[in-house]
Ligand binder design. Structure first.
Ligand SMILES: [Zn+2]
Length: 478
C-alpha cells in the first residue's frame, strides 16, 4: 500500500495530476488494490462531473482494460494489435489517446501519461534512463506481469508513476504520472545504475578505442550522466563490452578449427594445427594446444635466416591463461624473423615436446631434415630434453643474461662479479675467457663450479662460427 492508494482514498483529485488526452480525461487512480479498478472507475465518474459522456467511456476503457480482458474469456486470444486499431472498437481509443514513445536522446527524455511502449523491457529501459537523467532513485510499490507502480525513493516525495499492460498483451502504457520532486535533491550515486546500463551507454566509446582507460570512462560517465560510479565497476564494464564487441573467449576458442583451415586454404604452405583433449567422457572437445606457422614464415626462415632459433614462453593474461611459445630466427639484416608460434596450457617438457615435434614436422614438410640447429633460450624446464629428442644434433645456447640472474639468486653479485661475468660471456677466445674465469674463482670458487655445471653454451668463444651469429642473450626473442 503506497502513496497512490492514500491519495485516491483521500479523493484528492488535484494532488493526483489529471491529464487531458485527446479523448478528454484520465488518469491516475488508486490501482494498487487488485480489485479496486471498478470502484475507481465509478469514483471518477461521479467525481468528474464536468466530463462529457464520450470522455466517460474513455475513462472506462482505460481503467477496466485488464478486468474486462479477464471477463472476456478466450475470444481475446484471436485479437491482434491491428484488430485493436480498426477504428471501430472502444478499445481503439486506448491507442489513439496515447502516443507511441519515440526514442529521445539522453538528457531530453520526457514522460507523460498515455505514452505507449512496445513492451515491458522498453518501458523499463526508458524509465531507468529518465530516473538517471533526473537524478532520483526508485522504490517499487508493485511490479507484476500486468502492472508496474513505482515512487520516488525519497521518503515524503509524492512523485510516482504507474504503467500497465495494454489489450494487445505486449505494449505498456503509462497510466499515471503524479506529483513532483520538491526537496529530493540530485542523487550522485544512483543505485538504479547497473553494469548492464553502463555497458549499453559506453559501448560506442569502448568500440572506438578498446584500450580506453577506465578512468576516462569514469570521467565520461560523470560528465555526461552526472553520476558517480566506483572505478572498479568500469573494469567489469570494459570486459563485458569487449565480449559484446569481439564475442567471448570461449566463442573464439570454438572458432579456432575454422581459423586453422582458413589459414591453410588462403596461405598455401602454412602449418596450422589445433590439438584437443581426448577425454572420452567429454561430449565437447576441449582445447589443448595449437601450433601455427605461415608459409612465408617457414620458407623465409629456411631460405634467408641464420641457422639459429630463439625460443621462449610468455604467460598469457586472458581469461583462460596458458603459455604462448614462439620460435624466432635472425635474418641477414640481423632483424628478428618470427618462424612459428603456439599456445599450450603449461610450460612443461610435454608442452615443449609438442612444440619441437611440430617444428620438426614443419621443416620436414618443406624438405629440410637438418637437425643440427642452434637453439637459444633461457634455462626453462623441459626445453633441453625436448630439443634433443627432436633435433638430436642440436647445439644449445643459454641466455647469458638469465644465467647471470641465476648466479645473482645464488648469492654471487656485485660490481666486480658482474664485470668479470660480462668479460667471460663476451670473450671471443679461450684466453680472455680463462683469465676471466680465474678471477671469478678468486672471487668465489663456488661461482666457477656453478658456471661449469651449465651444459649450454653461454660464452662467445664456444660458439660455432658457421652459425654466423654471436647472440648470447635471448633479448631478441623477448
Ligand atoms: Zn522525489
Amino acid at each position: 500500500m503506497g502513496k497512490f492508494v492514500s491519495k485516491a482514498s483521500m479523493g484528492n483529485k488535484r494532488a493526483a495530476r489529471t491529464c487531458k488526452g485527446k479523448g478528454g480525461a484520465v488518469i491516475f487512480e488508486g490501482e494498487d488494490d487488485e480489485d479496486s479498478e471498478d470502484s475507481d472507475f465509478e469514483e471518477s465518474e461521479s467525481d468528474d462531473g464536468d466530463v462529457d459522456s464520450d470522455d466517460e467511456s474513455d475513462i472506462g476503457d482505460f481503467i477496466v482494460e485488464e478486468e474486462e480482458l479477464a471477463s472476456m474469456g478466450d475470444d481475446i486470444h484471436d485479437m491482434s494489435f491491428e484488430d485493436c486499431l480498426d477504428g471501430s472498437s472502444k478499445r481503439d481509443k486506448n491507442y489513439k489517446n496515447g502516443k507511441v514513445y519515440v526514442e529521445q536522446p539522453y538528457g531530453s527524455i520526457k514522460l507523460e501519461p498515455w505514452l505507449i511502449f512496445t513492451d515491458r523491457e522498453a518501458f523499463l529501459d526508458v524509465l531507468r534512463d529518465y530516473c538517471i537523467q533526473e537524478g532520483f532513485g526508485l522504490s517499487v510499490e508493485k511490479a507484476d506481469s500486468r502492472r508496474y507502480t513505482v515512487v520516488c525513493a525519497v521518503e515524503g516525495c509524492d512523485w510516482g508513476i504507474h504503467a500497465s499492460k495494454m489489450v494487445d498483451k505486449f505494449s505498456r502504457a503509462i497510466k499515471s504520472l503524479t506529483g513532483e520532486h520538491r526537496q529530493c535533491g540530485r542523487l550522485e550515486v544512483n543505485p538504479i545504475v547497473t553494469t548492464k546500463w553502463l555497458v549499453g551507454k559506453l559501448l560506442p566509446e569502448i568500440e572506438a578505442n578498446l584500450d580506453i582507460p577506465v578512468l576516462t570512462l569514469k570521467k565520461m560517465t560523470q560528465q555526461k550522466y552526472r553520476i558517480q560510479v566506483k572505478t572498479r565497476l568500469f573494469y567489469k564494464v570494459k570486459a563485458l563490452a569487449k565480449e559484446v564487441i569481439n564475442g567471448s573467449f570461449s566463442e573464439s576458442y570454438a572458432l579456432l578449427p575454422r581459423y586453422a583451415e582458413m589459414i591453410k586454404d588462403t596461405n598455401p604452405g602454412s602449418y596450422a594445427l589445433i590439438t584437443w583433449h581426448s577425454d572420452p567422457g567429454d561430449v565437447q572437445p576441449k582445447f589443448k594446444a595449437c601450433f601455427f606457422s605461415f608459409g612465408a614464415q617457414v620458407r623465409g626462415f629456411l631460405k634467408g635466416c641464420r641457422p639459429m632459433i630463439g625460443i621462449d614462453g610468455a604467460h598469457l593474461s586472458g581469461f583462460f591463461k596458458g603459455i604462448l611459445l614462439s620460435a624466432l630466427g635472425i635474418d641477414g639484416n640481423n632483424e628478428i624473423f618470427l618462424l612459428a608460434y603456439g599456445v599450450v596450457d603449461t610450460e612443461s617438457q610435454e608442452s615443449w615436446n609438442y612444440f619441437m615435434r611440430n617444428l620438426r614436422a614443419l621443416f620436414e614438410r618443406e624438405g629440410c631434415s637438418r637437425d643440427d640447429w642452434t637453439f637459444i633460450s633461457d634455462r626453462m624446464r623441459g626445453v633441453d630434453l625436448a630439443v634433443h629428442e627432436n633435433f638430436p644434433r642440436a647445439t644449445r645456447r643459454c641466455c647469458a643474461q638469465h644465467l647471470y640472474m641465476n648466479c645473482k639468486n645464488g648469492g654471487w653479485s656485485g660490481e666486480l662479479f658482474h664485470k668479470l661475468f660480462g668479460i667471460a660471456a663476451n670473450a671471443y677466445n679461450p684466453f680472455v675467457y680463462n683469465k676471466a674465469m680465474e678471477k671469478i674463482t678468486e672471487f668465489d670458487p663456488n661461482a666457477t663450479k656453478y658456471l661449469d655445471t651449465c651444459t649450454e653454451q653461454w660464452s662467445r668463444h664456444q660458439f660455432d662460427p658457421a652459425v654466423c651469429c654471436d647472440h648470447n642473450t635471448t633479448n631478441y626473442v623477448e
